[in-house]
Design a protein around this ligand. Structure first.
Ligand SMILES: [Zn+2]
Length: 106
């Protein structure tokens, strides 16, 4: 007997659309706007808003808000550009608020 187990996923907690794979988690120690947040290398079924410069705890960054493409709930943000050399690894990465996502297939 073979058991089919899909990849572990994170889903939008509002509409349950798949938004990221567990394998794409880079860090679980991020600070979101409303508590803990996770950094992902990729996200799916999302849309991004206009770019804006934000002064964050770790310096100036160009970011865009990230919305669920199905229900348009704000899930977090994407780093488009980091100005500090030590923060460059975040460019093109997604931060999703822990309170906005749920686990599936765990
Ligand atoms: Zn959604």
């Amino acid at each position: 007997m073979e058991e089919l187990i899909g990849p572990r996923l994170y889903i939008c907690c509002n509409c349950r659309s798949h938004v990221a794979f567990h394998d794409d988690v880079i860090s679980k120690a991020f600070q979101g706007r409303n508590g803990r947040a996770f950094l992902f290398s990729h996200a799916m079924n999302i849309v991004t808003g206009p770019k804006e410069d934000r002064q964050l705890m770790t310096g100036l960054h160009t970011v865009t808000d990230v919305y669920c493409s199905d229900c348009h709930e704000v899930l977090g943000w994407k780093y488009e550009r980091a100005y500090e050399e030590s923060q460059k690894y975040k460019e093109g990465k997604y931060v999703l608020e822990k309170s906005k996502i749920a686990k599936e297939n765990w």
